[in-house]
Ligand binder design. Structure first.
Ligand code: ATP
Ligand code: MG
Length: 585
């Protein structure tokens, strides 16, 4: 294990909300957290959009900046909480006029444009279901999701509609309305101008009574391990968004927060829309894609104080020879968080060295709806560890005994299935149209996450790998993350993806695909050097036996390494569902 990064009160710029982890866990109750939120006026339940927007308009946050939108071309649009309330009310009224009711599915297929955020909030107000899609999906993945998700409405742009959805209309009979954010006139066949509808709609709206268990959001998983699943979330999930915003992301009233994830993925909606707004802080939205210099200048110019990003972006920044703190004034930045994939210890240390701040890894899934295991501002970091369970969350390592029973592993350091005790507010309530698969996730009173991990004597959880990616070699179980992290410690390596390749003698052979840092040329000499380097770090049982250089690793659009694709290609097998593959590989 790497050196621990110690946290002490003299290193805090702002006193963390969570000061004493153990004491907070001991007295935690979801009922009390609920009391920190508002609930709908006159006791008519709990609605995410009320907590995120309307409740602030009643108080001193009314004219606080809620969303600052940075356009690709330099345009900036500001929305206060008061503006957001009016726009989202109008959108809710538009839905009402179109006959869209509680439970109806409203999809958004757009880049990070302001209408996307208004659609999300207005849909939730109308108690319809918000379903975000990633704008780079092609027609077939869109058909899959719109069809399986029972889409009644799609908010999109003219170009995306014409290119991707128009041709699917015959196969999507339930899709009644297409709302185009960027046209001024209706186009017929249910294709309407959203600005026209919005300008004719009232900015007054009363959120109807909403049961906390009413379905609110439908989110498709990343498709890293196979066909994406549709995870259903309810309004009560806002309790998790709220408490993770408070304890993990550490929101304080004057914070300026930037979550770089696209709302097409769960991080981009739970934390790129909901959590910061529920806390009444300023949320930065950047329309453009990753660009190292642009990102650093956003951190500087927007005075971002809390930044939530992903390992893939961090590794891209690590690859470049930019000295950010020399070139940019990042003095406002006080916390960096990461999610989506294991964060290699090297990346945590890089943050400390190059940005002056360690990177706080946290773990969760589309299914969990919010952060479940995390590194907290007040708690020591063990680089490479996902951290400690959120107060209120019971996590464990379990071994499956049979189809219906598991045993909880008490001994530290033993690998097994990472499991969570069901019942937290943002837990998915179903996989849409796939009850069998949903029920299979729950065994012996635990939700089995599909990830393998271990827990150390102090309760820190360490990611081992996805159950599907685990390599069985010469009687050992090898998690790809361990091997990838070791390779990344070599100065020439930018990223690595590790798979098991069937081998008649040892079961599976560990093979690594390695992409090199800018300016480093692949060579046989370097390959041998890396094989030796890994052997020294990992021992010969775990170290890769084969290394292949690769320009870019295949990744999902949310930035996750698709090991199943590396493996399929290596073995000449069918590639499976590629709907979420990033095409720039
Ligand atoms: P699919 O379920 O369709 O294969 P996916 O699991 O990648 O896709 P998501 O729900 O977006 O879809 O991702 C959650 C998964 O991402 C987790 O189960 C875990 O494997 C991985 N993950 C997320 N955060 C971390 C982290 N901090 N450390 C390690 N793994 C992480
Ligand atoms: Mg998954």
């Amino acid at each position: 294990m790497r050196d621990v990064i110690r946290k002490s009160s003299n290193s805090w710029i702002v006193q963390p909300n969570l000061l004493n982890y153990d004491a907070t866990c001991a007295r935690f109750s979801w009922e009390e957290i609920r009391l920190e939120l508002d609930g709908l006026p006159s006791g008519k339940g709990l609605n995410i959009a009320h907590e995120a927007v309307d409740r602030h308009v009643k108080g001193p946050k009314c004219d606080h900046l809620a969303i600052r939108w940075l356009g690709k071309d330099g345009k900036v649009l500001d929305f206060t909480y008061r503006n957001l309330k009016k726009h989202s009310n109008r959108f809710a009224n538009v839905l009402g006029q179109l006959g869209i009711n509680k439970g109806d599915r409203v999809f958004a297929l757009a880049g990070r444009i302001p209408d996307l955020y208004i659609t999300a909030l207005g849909t939730l107000k109308n108690t319809s279901i918000f379903c975000p899609l990633f704008s780079a999906f092609g027609p077939e993945p869109l058909y899959q999701r719109l069809g399986r998700g029972d889409a009644k409405v799609v908010m999109t742009t003219e170009q995306l509609y014409k290119k991707k959805i128009a041709g699917l209309r015959d196969r999507l009979p339930q899709l009644q309305h297409v709302l185009l954010a960027d046209v001024d006139e209706d186009m017929g066949d249910g294709v309407r101008s959203l600005p026209k509808l919005m300008s004719g709609a009232s900015s007054e709206f009363t959120i109807p009574s909403t049961d906390p268990e009413d379905m609110a959001i439908l989110h498709f998983t990343s498709g890293t391990t196979g066909m994406p699943k549709g995870a259903v979330h309810v309004h009560n999930a806002v309790l998790t968004h709220y408490i993770t915003g408070k304890y993990v992301l550490d929101f304080h009233p004057e914070d300026i927060f930037w979550c770089t994830a696209d709302p097409g993925w769960v991080t981009g909606s739970s934390y790129g829309i909901i959590a910061p707004l529920v806390h009444g802080i300023t949320n930065i939205v950047d329309e453009a894609d990753f660009d190292a210099e642009r990102w650093y200048s956003i951190l500087e110019k927007q005075k971002v104080s809390i930044w939530y990003t992903a390992p893939t972006a961090i590794r891209m920044l690590m690859r470049m020879n930019i000295k950010p703190t020399e070139k940019y004034d990042l003095s406002q930045l006080r916390l960096i968080h990461s999610v989506g994939e294991p964060l290699n210890p090297e990346a945590v240390i890089w943050g400390q060295r190059v940005l002056g701040l360690p990177i706080h890894d946290n773990w969760w899934q589309t299914e969990t709806g919010g952060i479940m295991i995390a590194n907290y501002p007040s708690v020591d970091i063990r680089p490479g560890s996902m951290g400690l369970p959120l107060p209120g969350i019971e996590a464990a390592i379990v071994h499956r005994l049979d189809e219906n029973t598991v045993c909880v592993v008490k001994e530290p350091g033993v690998e097994g299935d990472l499991a969570l005790k069901p019942g937290w507010p943002s837990m998915f309530r179903e996989y849409l149209h796939d009850e069998k698969r949903y029920l299979k996730c729950f065994v012996g009173g635990w939700y089995i996450t599909g990830d393998l991990a271990k827990c150390d004597a102090d309760g820190y959880f360490w990611f081992v790998g996805r159950a599907d990616d685990i390599i069985k070699t010469s009687g050992h179980m090898v998690g790809p993350f361990e091997v990838e992290s070791a390779l990344m410690e070599h100065p020439a390596v930018s990223e690595a993806g590790v798979i098991g390749k069937p081998d008649p003698v040892i079961g599976e052979l560990v093979k690594a695909f390695v992409s090199l840092k800018q300016g480093v040329e692949p060579s046989d000499r370097l390959r041998l050097e890396l094989l030796g380097f890994a052997r020294k770090k990992l021992g010969s049982a775990v170290a890769p036996k084969e290394i292949q250089f690769i320009g870019n690793l295949p990744k999902t659009r949310s930035g996750k390494i698709m090991r199943r694709l590396l493996k399929a290609r290596e073995l000449g097998l069918p590639e499976g569902d590629l709907s979420t593959l990033e095409t720039s590989e």
